[in-house]
Ligand binder design. Structure first.
Ligand SMILES: Cc1ncc(COP(=O)(O)O)c(C=O)c1O
Length: 915
């Protein structure tokens, strides 16, 4: 048995087991030849075969029959043939050489391994391989003939090649969908069992319990539907087909929309074969990439302001020729601004770009998707401008990305900053609790301003990996404000769509589930019961509403959800490739026009086509192999966590922060401290019900005991000495992100680097003089003690509030920002001067955003009052990089005259219109 734990990706366990099996089989041969004892080796091999036994039945290659054959050869003592077969299989798995045209199943032929080791035809690497799950309780002979029948339809010019895996029960089918990431389609036949005949206890850590026990009492149609629904929940991208012997015409109208097609069993398998290929081809399409590629290979005469097109300004240059050597010619061949000739316009797409965006919408579960070529920074501004009118109130996490601060300022929103829970020990913020959001909405209701509240804007997941219960947040907010719009900044979360446990916590999936829930009669009944208990939410007491789970009125609630994703951060795309996903019931009626204007406002008229084409391909990849890549990503992350926490030297200086460290217990009713460490079912339980969960692929390592500050650790140790790039640090932590690009070797390299750093530290400590050691201990004490508390939002100066009714938190950031364009309204105060002024009771007001890096969020925004807490925090910061603060002059603040003028020039209330 390989010595590491597999958390999520059985693929790694499987690959490791086959490699170990080959190694042991070879040793067994050698030992036999040298007449050394072989008992130990035989035990190891038996153990490995026992690990692989329950796994292999879910994969078409090498196939269960080949696996059984290996077992038989071993049991019969034919070690040379056993070793040859294992070597052939392992070699084929390791090099992917089985992905060619050879049948996947090696069983039943004496020289089966020869076909893998010496294929008659070389594998066609250009022809992707996948596997198809067939769910039917059939005999071995039947299975073999189905396989042969489908193989017979293969053509040399088929774009793909596939093999089938047959499983006899629903339970096996669900396990196969969870475990076999090469599956792209599933054929459900009518006769299948519920429970698996096999002992799958060793796989329990990878799969959850499945569906209702009364399945076998249901009709075959119902069973097929339940299976289809279950599979779609786990793998929505799988094409599902139903094969049945009863009247397909009747079924066609009734059966689940999850089936792509229904076939009559007796009509043979050709249509099925063609449909399987066609289904995968539909996802394989990359219309914009293909259009750009064909366009770039056509000779053109460019009389446009684009000298670099087709490399023309470069290839004959005497001075910049290395540009082509470095980038390759194709990138310049693709440099064009054409919007016709097969290409399309980003600002008004009607051809391949439109189609690429539609494909992306389907892949990400959106109703509309828009590509953005200037990152999520721009995507955020587009969405905010499209939806928010000057004077609208927007609730936003103060700890959000700067693009929101600027976007809301430009849009003229009245901004209510929400407080995330602080993690003083690590100088970080967590996320905004639902209670805080409800409190602010209820305060606005009390002040009679609820009608002006337009949007709630949150970051999911946060930089540090805290993930919201997206559906619950929306559900409870809609109970208070039924037309509230949600913008979920998923800059870090595009990959989450491709993992079944993450998916429900993405904006698009949560929006769809919420809309479906609100339509159900059972929901209506629960709502009526809720309404009878609470009374009308509009009139209910705040405390009652804060303390219970709220249900929106299905007759009034509108599901209006937007998500912005930096595709380039977590999936494949060139830098700056982002997407906006929309799931808004009122989009075409209320937003489409303003969205278009906002898109035009922020989008270049010369967008980069290579970025757009990479988004198209990134979408294709995510749809066809996202499931595999994300599983591997999480597996790598968990291996990194294990390596740090279990290494005797590393654990002396470093520790991976767990869910329990980053999410206080009050937000985790499951009580599970380290969800994935206790197996996937635990992760599912925590992710089902906890208010916040931690994305395990982001690893915050606590380094307080090294005595080195996070930023110095990043710059001096990781980057300068070892070329390891990381993104974020805090006073005593460093954040390592794993992505779909993280490999096992890169994890191994990082561990080596960390061990070297720890070893150096050990050596330095040993050589330190008593004075040096005392200084080191002081650093450790400083970094391991709680920091100066992170400051709360102090409030806007009254001149930048609307001054009407009960005071609430929101402020007019735009007015506060632009007032400072008049120099005579502003002055600079040093840290000392600001402290003195605040101490003597003056109202000191910032003209701008003041953002120290790290932690990277603004401690002051335009119009905000300085507080003693903010100034103490700023004084305690060691960081030299503070945006909005000039070391030579200090803070830029308003003079009293400016505040008086601001008080008399409050803008009128916005008209009651718009989205
Ligand atoms: C939460 C969040 N939103 C948006 C952005 C901006 O994304 P982009 O770099 O794609 O412009 C970032 C960047 O780090 C971010 O952290």
């Amino acid at each position: 048995m390989p010595n590491s734990v597999a958390y999520n990706s059985l693929g790694q366990l499987r690959a490791d087991s086959w490699s170990s099996l080959e190694e042991s089989a070879v040793q067994l041969l050698l030992a036999g030849a040298q007449q050394r004892p072989v008992e130990q080796l035989k035990q190891t091999i038996t153990g490995l075969l026992d690990v692989l036994g329950p796994i292999e039945r879910f994969w078409a290659f090498p196939g269960m029959q080949s696996f059984q054959k290996a077992r038989r050869l071993f049991a019969a003592g034919k070690y040379d043939r056993f070793a040859a077969l294992v070597r052939a299989v392992n070699g084929a798995l390791a090099t992917d050489s089985f992905r060619g045209d050879q049948p996947g199943d090696l069983g039943g032929e004496d020289d089966a391994y020869d076909r893998v080791a010496h294929p008659a035809e070389p594998a066609r690497a250009d022809r992707p391989y996948f596997e198809v799950l067939v769910v039917e309780d059939m005999g071995e002979q039947q299975e073999r003939s189905l396989r042969e029948e489908l193989r017979r339809w293969r053509r040399a010019d088929d774009p793909f090649v596939y093999e089938i895996v047959v499983v006899p029960s629903l339970e096996d089918a669900v396990m196969a969908a969870r475990l076999n990431y090469w599956l792209q389609a599933c054929v459900v036949r009518r006769r299948f069992a519920y429970r698996s005949r096999h002992d799958s206890s060793s796989l329990r850590q990878f799969v959850d319990s499945v569906v209702a026990d009364d399945l076998m009492e249901r009709s075959p149609d119902e069973r097929a539907q339940i299976l289809a629904r279950t599979l779609a929940r786990i793998r929505p991208e799988l094409d599902q087909y139903l094969m049945t012997e009863i009247a397909v015409e009747d079924l066609a109208g009734r059966l689940s929309h999850h089936f792509r097609r229904i076939f009559h069993t007796r009509e043979g398998s050709l249509e099925l074969h063609l449909s399987i290929l066609d289904g995968v081809a539909a996802r394989y399409r990359a219309p914009f990439f293909n259009a750009l590629r064909s366009y770039s290979h056509r000779p053109t005469g460019v009389f446009h302001a684009l000298p670099i097109s087709h490399g023309k300004s470069i290839v004959d240059s005497h001075w910049i020729r290395e540009m082509v050597d470095f980038y390759g010619l194709d990138i310049f061949l693709a440099e064009t601004s054409a919007t016709c000739g097969g290409l399309d316009s980003l600002l008004e797409p009607t051809g391949p770009l439109r189609e690429a965006q539609q494909l992306a919408a389907r892949t990400f579960g959106a109703r509309q998707t828009y590509f953005v070529t200037n990152g999520t920074s721009t995507a955020n501004k587009i969405v905010v401008q499209a939806l928010v009118q000057p004077g609208d109130i927007v609730l936003v996490d103060r700890n959000c990305h700067q693009s929101h601060h600027y976007g809301l300022m430009l849009a003229g929103a009245m901004v209510t900053y929400l407080e995330a829970y602080p993690l003083h020990q690590y100088s970080m913020y967590g996320a905004v609790s639902l209670r805080e959001i409800k409190e602010q909405l209820l305060a606005l209701r009390r002040a009679g301003k609820l009608d002006r509240v337009k949007m709630l804007l949150l970051t999911n997941c946060t930089f540090d990996g805290i993930v919201y219960d997206v559906q619950r947040v929306m559900q409870e907010c809609l109970a208070i404000k039924p037309d509230l719009i949600f913008l979920w900044d998923e800059a870090w979360f595009a990959f989450a769509r491709f993992h079944p446990v993450y998916r429900p916590r993405t904006a698009m999936r949560a929006a769809r589930t919420l809309a479906e829930t609100l339509r159900q009669p059972e929901y209506r009944a629960s709502y009526d019961k809720f309404a009878a208990e609470v009374g009308a939410v509009d009139a209910a007491d705040d405390e009652v509403l804060l303390d219970r789970r709220l249900l929106p009125d299905p007759a009034r609630a509108r599901v209006r959800v937007y998500s912005t994703q930096s595709t380039h951060k977590t999936l494949t795309s060139l830098r700056q490739g982002s997407m906006i996903h929309v799931w808004d019931q009122d989009f075409s009626q209320k937003v489409e026009e303003t969205f278009h204007e906002a898109y035009m406002t922020h989008t270049s008229t010369s967008p980069n086509y290579q970025i757009l084409a990479s988004l198209d391909l990134g979408r294709r990849q995510a749809e066809l192999e996202g499931f595999e890549l994300v599983q591997k990503q999480i597996e790598n992350a968990m291996r990194l966590r294990d390596a740090v926490d279990h290494h005797p030297l590393l654990s002396k200086y470093m520790r991976c922060l767990t869910t329990a460290d980053l999410i206080p217990a009050e937000y985790r009713p499951s009580g599970i401290d380290q969800p994935l460490r206790s197996g996937l079912p635990s992760m599912i339980r925590a992710w089902d019900g906890d208010e916040f969960v931690l994305d395990p692929s982001r690893i915050t390592i606590y380094i307080g005991t090294t005595g080195i500050e996070g930023d110095a650790f990043k710059r001096n140790h990781l980057m300068d000495r070892y070329g390891v790039q990381i993104n974020k640090t805090s006073r005593n932590t460093v954040l390592f992100m794993t992505t779909i690009g993280t490999t096992r070797s890169s994890v191994a390299y990082l561990i080596e680097v960390l061990v070297t750093i720890a070893r150096d530290l050990d050596a330095q400590l040993a050589d330190m003089s008593p004075t040096e050691r005392a200084a080191h201990e002081r650093s450790v004490l400083r970094l391991t003690s709680p920091s100066t508390p992170l400051p709360d939002f102090s409030g806007f100066h009254p001149s930048f509030t609307d001054g009407r009714g009960l005071p609430t938190r929101e402020g007019d950031v735009r007015r506060a920002f632009y007032l400072s364009y008049n120099d005579s309204y502003c002055e600079y105060l040093t840290q000392d001067e600001a402290e003195q002024r605040v101490e003597s009771g003056d109202q000191v007001v910032s003209t701008t955003y003041v953002t120290p890096y790290p932690p990277g969020y603004p401690v002051l925004v335009p119009g905000q009052l300085f507080s003693p807490q903010i100034l103490t925090f700023m004084r305690s910061l060691g960081t030299p990089e503070v945006h909005g603060y000039r070391p030579d002059l200090g803070y830029r603040v308003y003079v009293d005259k400016a505040l008086e003028i601001a008080a008399t020039t409050r803008p009128p209330q916005p008209p009651d219109s718009g989205p």
